[in-house]
Ligand binder design. Structure first.
Ligand code: ADP
Length: 366
């Protein structure tokens, strides 16, 4: 068990690409810490630097308070599970899981004990004599996790370990890894580009963009209180709808195709914005058919024409344009709306977000 501290970390590759700019983070002992962001944002680079697989341009990495910048990877007491977790095909599950330990000249009895303990937790006990080709995809992935577990590391590093699995298996492994974390209580740092994976697994999540930390928070707070428009758009599926416009003298937000009376609490915030301009954000689940909004406090009704209706099991997503903004609204699966139908929609006034028109930072009253 260990904490990981990252201070002012910078990574510039020899070709001049700056993958990380001045990143500072603290991973507490026992946390399930997720690094999430779009492809190329620097998350793998950061993980590989913690593992010691990538040189540090400047800044420090500390594990349990000890600076490890110059400690070779094998002495860092971290174990990494990769996306391409190639197992040795000619070795059994036992052989694969024990390989690193044999290399470290750990006594045979202890190796057997560690492999069997990990296999039991991962429900691989009856497969120890099998070769990888005789295992399912999920079992192979578990062997890859087991290979890291037997090393009994202070920190587990996962680099997109589920991206090669099909959707159903990914879901199952997501639950298994979360369960494993609860059981082992070891610090885990997990990289993914998939915000749903991040939201369901992480105790805390770091959102990265272009090598810069955007927000570090719990899944709930990232969703409820995004620090900026990027986080608001990245977390949540389907994504938040955005409207660029300005507040007129009547406290009405005007954007192409949209005139919407905003609640007083949001309208007041425009006072500090240049030219009373701003970006209003509303999640698909906070747009309603006025008839179904119940006693929600709603902003003015807007007439739209449905473009697409997408049933997704328990819900359906209805897409339409408001001005230039292509919007999504979440409704119940039993909706009778069809493409081409004109409908009225309204926003849940209490859930409207506001962002700075130039910086994208969230504008709040707090
Ligand atoms: P992510 O894991 O978020 O997809 P990476 O950490 O792999 O992103 O990459 C971050 C940035 O650094 C990208 O622009 C990528 O092209 C660049 N990069 C990654 N590895 C190297 C390398 N070995 N040499 C040069 N540039 C690299």
């Amino acid at each position: 068990m260990a904490s990981v501290q990252i201070n002012n970390l910078r990574k510039e590759y020899p070709n001049g690409v700056v993958a990380l700019h001045d990143v500072s983070l603290t991973v507490e002992d026992g946390e399930f810490y997720v690094l999430v962001g779009p492809s190329g944002c620097g998350k793998s680079t950061l993980l590989r630097m913690i593992a010691g697989l990538e040189e540090i341009t400047s800044g420090d990495i500390l594990i349990d308070g000890v600076r490890i910048n110059d400690v070779p990877p094998k002495d860092r007491d971290v174990a990494m599970v990769f996306q391409n977790y190639a197992l040795y095909p000619h070795m059994t599950v036992f052989g694969n899981m024990s390989f690193a330990l044999k290399h470290r000249k750990i006594p045979k009895d202890e190796i057997r004990q560690r492999v069997e303990a990990a296999a039991e937790i991962l429900e691989l006990g009856e497969y120890l004599d099998r070769k990888p080709r005789a295992l399912s995809g999920g079992q192979r992935q578990r062997v890859a996790v087991g290979r890291a577990m037997v090393r009994d590391p202070n920190v587990f590093l996962f680099d997109e370990p589920l991206s090669n699995l099909d959707a159903k298996l990914r879901l199952q492994m997501r639950v298994e890894i979360s369960r494993l974390h609860k059981k082992l209580k070891t610090t885990m740092i997990y990289v993914t580009h998939d915000q749903i994976e991040a939201m369901t697994m992480g105790t805390r999540i770091v959102v990265l963009k272009s090598g810069i930390v955007q927000q570090v928070d719990t899944p709930h707070n990232l969703y409820k209180n995004p620090a900026n428009q990027f986080v608001a758009g990245f977390i949540g599926s389907p994504a938040m709808n955005f409207f660029e416009g300005a507040l007129d003298d009547e406290q009405t937000f005007v954007s192409p195709g949209l005139k919407c009376k905003l609640p007083e609490s949001i309208a007041l915030l425009f006072g500090d914005l240049p030219g009373r301009r701003g970006v209003v954000g509303v999640r698909p689940e906070h747009i309603y058919d006025p008839a179904e909004a119940g006693n929600k406090d709603v902003a003015s009704e807007i007439g739209v024409t449905i473009d697409v209706v997408e049933p997704v099991g328990a819900d359906a997503y209805i897409y339409f344009y408001i001005g230039d903004s292509y919007c999504c609204m979440r409704v119940g699966a039993d909706t009778e709306h069809r493409p081409g139908d004109p409908i009225q929609v309204c926003f849940d006034a209490g859930e409207i977000k506001l962002f700075h028109p130039d910086t994208g930072d969230a504008v709040t009253s707090a």
